[in-house]
Design a protein around this ligand. Structure first.
Ligand code: CTP
Ligand code: ZN
Length: 154
């Protein structure tokens, strides 16, 4: 198919999450809590050609914008994603997701005996050791977490 061809139609109002790492569209859907029974138009394209990264996934959601927590979660799985806010068919805002070097509160440590999983008032905290492939290191116990460990939590 030609690069300039549209795989899915444009939306009027809502959010387009573009340049999602190929194969992760359904994880993004899960992060957003979309069940498909919300009475909104959702379009998903998977493994379409991308100039920049070979293949990509796209998720379009009519009539809904994302909160910062959702944007951070998407960044963990799709570090090259762009979030486009659409109003009246125009892209009014384009957010390039970015992983911060320190991640707090978004995910839990996979080590059950980590102090961040105890009753202590300690919030989970990770250092991003590598973005792609994703590698996080727990500030408290040193546990290394990868994409699969994180996917299990969403
Ligand atoms: N889009 C859409 N509905 C609209 C406007 C845009 O579904 N009414 C989609 C486009 O198809 C594209 C994404 O939103 O997937 C971003 O649109 P745009 O910024 O116009 O495209 P590009 O310039 O190709 O974006 P980028 O540089 O981020 O690749
Ligand atoms: Zn830990």
């Amino acid at each position: 198919m030609h690069e300039t061809m549209l795989y899915v139609s444009k939306i009027r109002n809502g959010t387009v999450i573009d340049h999602i790492t190929g194969g992760h569209a359904l994880d993004v859907i899960k992060i957003l809590g979309i069940t498909g029974r919300e009475n909104r138009i959702i379009t998903i394209a998977m493994n379409v050609p991308s100039k920049r990264y070979g293949v990509k996934d796209i998720v379009k959601i009519e009539g809904r914008e994302l909160n910062p927590q959702e944007v951070h979660k998407i960044a963990l799985l799709a570090p090259h994603a762009t979030i486009n806010i659409i109003r009246d068919y125009n892209v009014v805002e384009k957010i390039r997701v970015k992983l911060p070097s320190v991640i707090e509160n978004i995910i839990k440590c996979a080590n059950p005996t980590c102090i961040s999983n105890s009753k202590e008032p300690v919030k989970a905290k990770f250092y991003v050791k590598s973005e792609d492939p994703l590698l996080l290191k727990c500030h408290y116990c040193g546990q290394i977490m990868e994409k699969l460990d994180i996917l299990k939590q969403f």
